[in-house]
Design a protein around this ligand. Structure first.
Ligand code: NAD
Ligand code: DAU
Length: 379
C-alpha cells in the first residue's frame, strides 16, 4: 500500500513518544509511522501493545547516534517527516552521567539532522513537504523566581489549572526568552535546539521546535516524581522530597501534549518555536499531599493515612526553583487548549498506575528489558 506520508517518530517506546505514536497510528491510517527507538532503560514496547499489530506501524530498534543507520532508514523508508523525541530525559541521571546526555541529546540529534539533510537534499523537490519537528523542554529557559510564596491569580487561565489556579511569580517562560540551562540535561537539550535552528538558518531545512512543561500520565518511567511516588505510597515506602518541597512545576497531561504535537506538526509555522504548558503551577509538597490523598482514597485507606511517608532529603544539585510556561502563542495561533483539569488528569493517572500494577512491577524489577532484549536480540 502506498502511504500518504512516511514519518519517523524517535523515542516512540518512551513515555511521551508512545502517546504520540498511538495518536498518529490511530488517527492517520494513511500515514506510515516508523518508531525508531534504541530501547534504553526508558524504552518499553509494552507501552505500545495496543497498536503494534496495526498495518501502518513499524518498529525499528536503532540508536539515533548511528549515522549510517539513520541515513539508510531515511532513504529506504522514503521519510518526509521526523518527530524527534528520543532523548535521555531524567535530570538526576544527567547529574551522575553527563556524557550519555551529550551523546544522545546533542550528537544523536545532529546525526538525525545530517541524515535528513543528506536524504532530502538528494531529492528533486529537496525540502518541499518535509519537516523536522524537534521536541524540547521548558528547562532550557532556566529557572524563574518565586515572588509570591502563597501564590496569586495568574494572568491567564486554562482548563488544566482547574480549581488550583495559582501563579507563584509574575514572570513566565515565553518563546523570546534567552536560554539559560542549569543541569547537564537541560544544557544538552538547549544545545540540540540550537542545532535544529542552525539547520534551518544554514541549509533551509523546514524545522519547528516546541518546549513543553512537565508531563504526567500513564506509561511514565517510575523514576519521575508522580509514578515514583504513586508506587511508593502503594508499597508504603518513603517519599523522598528534595529540599523542602518548595520547587514549582507546571504540569500538563501527556495526551494534551500529544494533541499539541499533532496540531503543530500539521499547522505550525516553519522555523517557529511554540511553548506548550497548562498554566498549572504546583509546589512539589502540595502535589505530593494531593497524591497521598488520592492513592489512599483509591486504595480504601483512611484519609491521609500515609502522610508520614514524606521524607525531606538532600536537595537535587542545581535544582531549578520554578518553571512556568506561557503557552498563549500556541493558543492564539492554533487554538490549542489543554482538555483536562489537573485534578481530573491526576485521578485518571493514579488510577491507571494502580490498575496496571503488572506494568509497574515489570518496570521496577527490570523484567521488561529481558523480554524485549530477547525479542530484538542483535544477530
Ligand atoms: P523517556 O525517557 O520516557 O523516553 C525516551 C525514549 O528515547 C526511550 O524510549 C528511549 O529508549 C529512547 N532513546 C534514548 N536514547 C536513544 C537513542 N540514542 N537512540 C534511540 N532512542 C533512544 O522520555 P520522555 O519523558 O518521553 O521525553 C520524550 C522527549 O520529550 C524528550 O526529548 C524530552 O526531553 C522531552 N520532554 C519531556 C518532558 C517530560 O515531562 N517528560 C517535558 C518536555 C519535554
Ligand atoms: O519541565 C520539563 C521536564 O520535566 C522534562 O524536560 C524532563 O524530561 C522531565 O524529567 C521533568 O523534569 P523534572 O526534573 O521537573 O521532573 P522530575 O519528575 O524528576 O521532578 C519533578 C520535581 O520533583 C522536581 O522539582 C524534583 C522533585 N523530585 C523529584 C524526584 C524524582 C523530588 O522532590 N523527589 C524525587 O524523588
Amino acid at each position: 500500500m502506498e502511504f500518504k506520508r512516511n514519518i519517523i517518530i524517535t523515542g516512540g517506546a518512551g513515555f511521551i513518544g508512545s502517546h504520540v505514536v498511538r495518536l498518529f497510528v490511530r488517527k492517520y491510517p494513511d500515514y506510515r509511522i516508523i518508531n525508531v527507538d534504541k530501547l534504553t532503560y526508558a524504552g518499553n514496547l509494552a507501552n505500545l501493545r495496543d497498536v503494534e499489530g496495526c498495518p501502518n506501524y513499524k518498529f525499528v530498534k536503532a540508536d539515533i547516534c548511528d549515522f549510517a543507520m539513520m541515513c539508510s532508514l531515511m532513504a529506504s523508508e522514503n521519510v518526509d517527516g521526523i518527530i524527534h523525541l528520543a532523548a535521555e530525559s531524567h535530570v538526576d541521571r544527567s547529574i551522575r552521567d553527563p556524557f550519555t546526555f551529550a551523546r544522545t541529546n546533542v550528537m544523536g540529534t545532529l546525526s538525525l539532522l545530517e541524515a535528513a539533510r543528506n536524504h532530502w537534499e538528494s531529492l528533486p523537490g529537496k525540502y518541499d513537504g518535509k519537516l523536522f519537528y524537534h521536541i524540547s523542554t521548558d528547562e532550557v529557559y532556566g529557572a524563574l523566581e518565586i515572588t509570591d510564596p502563597e501564590g496569586v491569580a495568574p494572568p491567564y487561565s486554562t482548563k488544566a489549572s482547574g480549581s488550583h489556579h495559582v501563579a507563584y511569580g509574575s514572570r513566565f517562560f515565553t518563546e523570546e526568552m534567552k536560554y539559560s540551562p542549569h543541569s547537564p540535561y537541560s544544557a544538552s537539550k538547549a544545545s540540540s535546539d540550537h542545532f535544529v535552528r542552525a539547520f534551518h538558518d544554514t541549509y533551509g531545512m523546514p524545522v519547528v521546535v516546541t518546549n513543553c512543561s512537565n508531563n504526567y500520565g500513564p506509561y511514565q518511567f517510575p523514576e519521575k516524581l508522580i509514578p515514583l511516588f504513586v508506587n511508593n505510597i502503594r508499597n508504603r515506602r518513603p517519599l523522598p522530597v528534595y529540599g523542602r518541597g518548595e520547587n514549582v512545576r507546571d504540569w500538563l497531561y501527556v495526551e494534551d501534549h500529544a494533541r499539541a504535537i499533532d496540531l503543530i506538526f500539521h499547522k505550525g509555522r516553519i522555523a517557529e518555536t511554540y511553548n506548550i504548558g497548562g498554566f498549572n503551577e504546583w509546589k512539589n509538597i502540595d502535589l505530593v499531599r494531593v497524591l497521598i490523598r488520592t492513592v489512599d482514597r483509591l486504595l480504601g485507606r483512611s484519609e491521609d493515612e500515609d502522610s508520614d511517608l514524606i521524607t525531606f532529603v538532600e536537595d537535587r544539585k542545581g535544582h531549578d526553583l520554578r518553571y512556568a510556561i506561557d503557552s498563549t502563542k500556541l493558543q492564539r495561533e492554533l487554538g490549542w487548549e489543554p482538555s483536562l483539569q489537573f485534578e481530573e488528569g491526576l485521578l485518571k493517572t493514579v488510577r491507571w498506575y494502580l490498575d496496571n500494577q503488572d506494568w509497574l512491577d515489570n518496570v521496577t524489577s527490570g523484567e521488561y528489558q529481558n523480554y524485549y532484549r530477547e525479542m530484538y536480540r542483535q544477530p
